[in-house]
Design a protein around this ligand. Sequence first.
Ligand code: FMN
Ligand code: MN
Length: 490
Amino acid sequence: MEINDLRDYLDLLEEYEEVQRIQMEVDWNLEMGAITRRCYDLGAPAALFENIKGYPKGFRALGAPLGASRKRGHSLFARTALALGMRPGTSAREIMQGYLQRKEKLIPPILVRTGPCKENILRGEELDVLKFPIPLIHGGDGGRYIGTWHTVITKDPDSSWVNWGMYRLMVHDRNTLGCLFPMQQHVGQIYQKYEAMNKPMPVAVAIGGQPVIPLVSCVQLPPYVNEVEVAGALQGSPITLVKCETVDLEVPATAEIVLEGEVLPHERKLEGPFGEYMGYEAGKSSPKPIMKIKAITYRNDPILPFSNMGMPVHEGQTATALIKGAEIYAELRKLGLPVKGVFCPPYGVGHMAVVSTEVPFVNFARRVAHAVWATKPGLFTYYIVVVEPDVDPTNMDEVVHAITTKCHPVDGIHKVPHNPGFPVLLPFLPPKERLIGDAAGVIFDCTWPKDWPPESIPAKATFENLWPKDLQEKVLVNWESYGFKKEPDT
Ligand SMILES: Cc1cc2nc3c(=O)[nH]c(=O)nc-3n(C[C@H](O)[C@H](O)[C@H](O)COP(=O)(O)O)c2cc1C
Ligand SMILES: [Mn+2]
């Protein structure tokens, strides 16, 4: 089935029981947020709110669009798999492989004259983002967040690079939003250039559209990559774009809601706090850039998708961490490193990368870890666990076993002070360092030291290693004859 917009994706979710329609009246004020949080906690379906207090019928919101699934037969990442047109049972490893395969052939977008996102156009006095049922998500949030599963589109003033990224957007008033645009991120780097010229930065925010769009917006692709071409590659067909009304930018034709405007240079307003991806109501409110809205366009009966960051497992892990692992893997392979797999475990909130690699020479784990930190997708990883190819990095049981048996508690752990980190939000940093993202890194070397004599390295006591091949085969062949079931009960 071709997925041309968020609505097609919802049909697909419905087919696989990965969305719950909620017709009972719910409140945008914390209730939708609380329901969505329970969805992540239980692995329940995404929540489609169809009847929102104070809003006309047809104005809907979708919580946990790529939330974790615990449905029998589905993988934890079922909704990410479905967004990519894969089976809901697709494992993390298969999704990562499929993602990288499709990405090999980028597909540029096509420009069309008009599209559903132009069904309604607001300007001037009519501008009011609160026309949409924007949730106050967590208790303690500094405001209602319209941008939590969306795309911020900006253009590099020095090249043809158009960056698509997901950066939270808080409502200040009907036509003003607060933006978290760290300098470490592409949008922050582009905004710095506009500020240096003392010019406003044109910006378009697209909400809704094909599910690959938010997916490519929240994964850390290298600079000068036009994320729209990656979205096309993932979808297997070009993304259709339409021109904005008031800025020289293009947006997905099937977006549910589009906000056009500019981010003013050198102006700041208090933004935050917000329940965040690492599982905490992180940071205090702090002065941040503002976006002035010049036009709003939207589809009839618009659907506002939103993510509810907080404790795992939410979109920050099902989408970001999963694809981040694939991206790090691809970058390490480009360097010619003999890496076999990379995974960012969901409860590591993207802060941990497990890398399995062959070990050609002494201190190789350090080389691998520093290579991870040098990549764009590895920028906000702090815990690098290096294991050998016999360990499946997507299997946390095997990873913990490798740490506790092969990583020397003192000599196998290498601390790296002052690594760059995400500003404002990092819970483990003291207040001063937290504000600027002066972080640190640590390497857990779970590989056998190359200089040890081979006889000092114990054989792993597994079925495959310690019994003769012919006996292994006999046991496998006779398994059901012994009276066992083929697969253990789950
Ligand atoms: C729901 C959600 C919200 C996010 N909010 C922010 C944010 O406010 N600021 C930010 O810098 N990154 C945020 N991120 C992470 C970025 O989207 C991600 O690092 C992405 O790679 C940024 O795009 P870029 O690489 O083109 O800069 C968020 C991710 C998700 C999944
Ligand atoms: Mn980018």
